[in-house]
Design a protein around this ligand. Structure first.
Ligand SMILES: [Zn+2]
Ligand SMILES: [Zn+2]
Length: 136
């Protein structure tokens, strides 16, 4: 898998399949992407190698955990996401793939924040909140 930002300054690659792939409909992802949901692929941090300068934006997510989003420092494309440094998960946003068909989403999370105009099409496992959260 290879990909990069809009201007080409940030490039990444990974040689393994993502552990999880899906849509997140939370308000933070809506605001960060300017769309109805983000398209996430979750790897381990060390599995994704990248070059180019990133600007990090950190805030407390809905889960109460630190959430960091990383964008190209030149063109501002949002490319990666993570939790705090001790959290091994490393998110790659699928819209940045060179070959978009690599993304095979099977899960939609935070459906309770989904807007009516943002349809989930396909055979997805749907979660009102996050998987494992109370009520799911
Ligand atoms: Zn860029
Ligand atoms: Zn989200």
């Amino acid at each position: 898998m290879k990909g990069g930002c809009l201007c080409g300054a940030v490039r990444y690659e990974a040689s393994v399949e993502p552990k999880f792939s899906g849509f997140c409909h939370c308000r933070d992802c809506q605001r960060a992407t300017g769309t109805g949901h983000c398209c996430y692929m979750i790897f381990s941090r060390g599995e994704v190698v990248f070059t180019g300068g990133l600007r990090a934006f950190s805030m407390t997510g809905g889960s109460g955990m630190e959430t960091v989003r990383y964008a190209c420092e030149i063109c501002s494309s949002q490319i990666f996401g993570s939790g705090p440094p001790e959290d091994d998960r490393w998110t790659v946003y699928a819209g940045t793939l060179d070959e978009p068909s690599f993304f095979k989403p099977d899960t939609a999370v935070m459906i309770r924040c989904r807007s009516d105009w943002d349809h989930v099409i396909g055979d997805f496992a749907k979660f009102d909140g996050m998987p494992g959260e109370k009520g799911d």
